[in-house]
Ligand binder design. Structure first.
Ligand SMILES: [Fe+2]
Length: 330
């Protein structure tokens, strides 16, 4: 694969007179939408995606800054993060495309591709559709251009600098965000724990009700970071319906199911070939290996703690084979 970085910014057309949407190009990729579908074109072909699935995937890729490793929008298109540059591909991690020689990818400066994706997301998201929301909690993205929903597409996930509630953490405060308890978490205790530090430790000991925080999350499949200890990050999130993307790990990743149930469909990272179905119930812990892709299905809203290792360069130690793809071998 070529590792030449295309440093050109994207271009966009004026709104289409028929449906009101702009068309976008970056490198040799073109993006256009109609009332039902997004259409992605590259020199080897055209890929058609349901517009709501496309916008939900695009929302995660943008909000997470391309995340770790692979963000597969579906089995054909997606991005790979090289942390400074990013590959946009069609069919590169799909065996049928590769065997047919119809895979295509280009590497872009991360900021340029992010700017392109943000513009698409803003223009193609209609008033009343929130790509972060569960399908039962939002309107539709279908139809001709109808306003926008910048408040939704500009939603920032919360990133703590220290443990939440300690002096110097982020602005995240479980009490002060003002979000109501989600309809499916009405039974979650809203009491905050009492903290009684010994004199002299007032600024070092803290506690908050994580279940209360998650019960009020207005978004789905969007991990916040509530604690950082060196490179260890606790990223809890509330989930409902389907993780829009198929995340391809470039490192191992731990899941702790805090409530309810999620089924994970796990496939080979490079080919997409099915490898496992993992059903996690409250209290279950699993480790997603570094050589898989995974997609979650949550039949009702559930709470998931994702434990990430942010050590720089870890992706190279896994991809070179220095580290095995699993955390322990039995
Ligand atoms: Fe993952």
């Amino acid at each position: 694969m070529s590792t030449t970085i295309n440093n050109n910014a994207h271009t966009e057309t004026s709104p289409d007179p028929d449906n009101g949407y702009r068309k976008y190009s970056i490198g040799r990729f073109d993006f256009e939408r109609d009332e039902y579908f997004a259409r992605i074109k590259c020199p080897t072909g055209t890929h058609v995606v349901d517009i709501e699935n496309f916008l939900r995937s695009m929302m995660r890729d943008v909000a997470w800054g391309f995340f770790y490793g692979w963000v597969n929008f579906d089995e054909v298109i997606g991005t790979v993060n090289h942390y400074g540059s990013v590959d946009l591909y069609m069919g590169t991690y799909n065996n049928a495309y590769r065997e047919a020689g119809t895979n295509y990818e280009e590497r872009f400066d991360s900021q340029n591709l992010l700017a392109c994706f943000k513009s698409i997301l803003k223009d193609w998201t209609n008033e009343g559709f929130d790509p972060f929301a569960a399908p039962l909690e939002t309107g539709t993205a279908r139809g001709p251009k109808n306003g926008n929903n910048d408040a939704a597409v500009d939603f920032q996930r919360e990133l703590a600098d220290r443990f939440v509630t300690l002096p110097g953490d982020s602005e995240m405060r479980t009490n002060e965000r003002g979000f109501p308890v989600n309809r499916q978490f009405s039974d979650v205790d809203q009491e905050e724990p009492e903290v009684h530090p010994e004199p002299g430790f007032e600024g070092e000991i803290a506690s908050f009700n994580l279940f209360k925080y998650l019960s009020r999350s207005p978004v789905t499949w969007n991990p916040s970071i509530v604690s950082i200890v060196k490179n260890s990050a606790y990223c809890p999130t509330s989930e409902e319906h389907i993780l829009p993307i198929d995340h391809g790990n470039d490192r191992v990743e731990w899941f702790i199911q805090l409530s309810d149930e999620i089924s994970w469909r796990v496939g080979d990272k490079d080919s997409g070939a099915p490898r496992a179905v993992v059903t996690m119930k409250a209290g279950d812990v699993s480790c997603m290996p570094a050589d898989i892709r995974h997609k979650g299905f949550s039949p009702k809203r559930s709470m998931l703690l994702v434990w990430e290792n942010l050590t720089p360069g870890l992706e190279l130690r896994y991809s070179s084979g220095e580290l095995p793809p699993v955390p322990a071998e039995f």
